[in-house]
Design a protein around this ligand. Structure first.
Ligand code: UD1
Length: 368
């Protein structure tokens, strides 16, 4: 039986890697990989495929960037003939990016069962494009795999039959545990980026790319000012997402950011992991990094008003601080003085999620 797997954007790549490996090893299932081309820069795509040993996609739809409507529509338009030609037994999508909803919608209307990995996460904030993608993808899915128990409640509230939902753990953490020992040292990461003087023992890592933080000039400026103030107490490393680099430039904030932080290009998976696992703290608006810091036991401050990953707060090392300067600084100083929340590893974040998912898929698609 053929499972068509879809990836599009950076956070999809680390989720698909363990699934492709497990599907490749299955006797009854065969993977077919489609990359939509939503992310296409070498630093945003190729580096991840190489490092994580993801096979080259069987199809690259090459859609590129655009408005949400244009990008989603273009993915749908280009995905449909591939789906028709290959006639897979299921389409597997991961996460919550535009590629996820676009391909799920095409498959569901063609009557091809959709499988959603990382289902049921809810921020309850519809101003986030990902929240819309999550709700709709779950509605379209026949089989839903969750990373934390609360996700089932969210799905049941939306009328989804719990019999279709499987709590299996977190494929992103499969990749983290699998690759942890391969990550380079901090000095090696900085040397590779041509940075002469690495920070000492203590440093912070910053990532920002959410439209709600970087597209509004006032918010972006407030965040840069908070970073400038924190940098007096802790050296900061800031790998820049292309969207963030463009917004800093457009608003004349790049110099101020560069004075406060060591700015880096977007990092590949292992280089990023090298920084994360040695960091004193991480300040981020990413979804995946909230989970990765929880799995690594590294304190995380999330620069957002809400999270769709509440387990990283209730059990993990994550604290929500929004985009408010005073809250960010107070929380960061707490970590500097007492090391921050200890946290524990969430249930089933044990490196075996992909194994569980493929076992369920084998039973479902090719029962013996
Ligand atoms: C997308 C996801 C987001 C995810 C993020 C991770 C959606 C709705 N959003 O946001 O959930 O957290 O990826 O990175 O799917 N660009 C490049 N090179 C690339 C890709 C993008 O320069 O390879 C630039 C383009 O100017 C583009 C902008 O980044 O317009 C935004 O890219 P896009 O894919 O629309 O959304 P992200 O902000 O990356």
């Amino acid at each position: 039986k053929r499972v068509m797997c879809v990836v599009g954007a950076r956070p999809n790549f680390m989720k698909i890697a363990p699934l492709m490996r497990r599907l490749g090893a299955s006797v009854s299932l065969e993977p077919y990989l489609v990359h939509t081309g939503q992310h296409y820069d070498a630093a945003m795509k190729a580096a991840f495929f190489e490092q994580l040993h993801i096979p080259e996609p069987d199809q690259d739809l090459g859609v590129g960037s655009g408005t949400h409507a244009a990008q989603t529509a273009e993915i749908m338009r280009r995905f449909e003939p591939v789906l028709e030609a290959q006639a897979p037994d299921a389409v597997l999508v991961v996460g919550d990016v535009n590629s996820t909803i676009a391909c799920a919608l095409v498959a569901a209307k063609k009557g091809v069962p959709v499988v959603h990995v990382e289902a049921g996460l809810r921020s309850f904030d519809r101003s986030m494009p990902e929240e819309i993608n999550r709700v709709l993808t779950d509605q379209l899915s026949e089989l839903l795999f969750t990373t934390e128990r609360l996700a089932l409640e969210n799905l049941e509230r939306e009328g989804i039959d719990p019999a279709r939902v499987h709590f299996v753990g977190n494929v992103m953490i499969d990749t983290l545990l699998h690759n942890r020992r391969r990550a380079p040292s901090v000095a090696a990461v900085l040397a590779a980026a041509d940075i002469a003087d690495p920070p000492g023992e203590r440093f912070g890592v910053i990532t920002l790319h959410r439209p709600s933080n970087v597209d509004d000039p006032m918010t972006l400026e407030r965040l840069v000012d908070a970073l400038a103030e924190l940098s007096a107490e802790l050296p900061l490393l800031f790998p820049l997402h292309p969207r963030t680099a463009a917004r800093l430039e457009a608003n004349g904030l790049r110099k101020r950011a560069a004075a406060a932080c060591t700015l880096l290009p977007p990092l590949d998976y292992l280089h990023m992991l090298g920084l994360l696992q040695s960091a004193t703290m991480v300040l981020t608006d990413s979804g995946g990094i909230q989970e990765e810091t929880t799995a690594l036991g590294v304190p995380c401050l999330t620069l957002r008003a809400n999270t769709e990953r509440p387990i990283t707060v209730s059990e993990g090392t994550n604290t929500m601080v929004g985009a408010d300067r005073a809250r960010i600084l107070a929380a960061a100083r707490n970590i500097l003085s007492d090391g921050g929340k200890a946290g524990r590893i969430p249930e089933l974040w044990d490196g075996r999620a992909a194994e569980r998912i493929v076992a369920v898929l084998e039973d479902w698609l090719a029962p013996v």
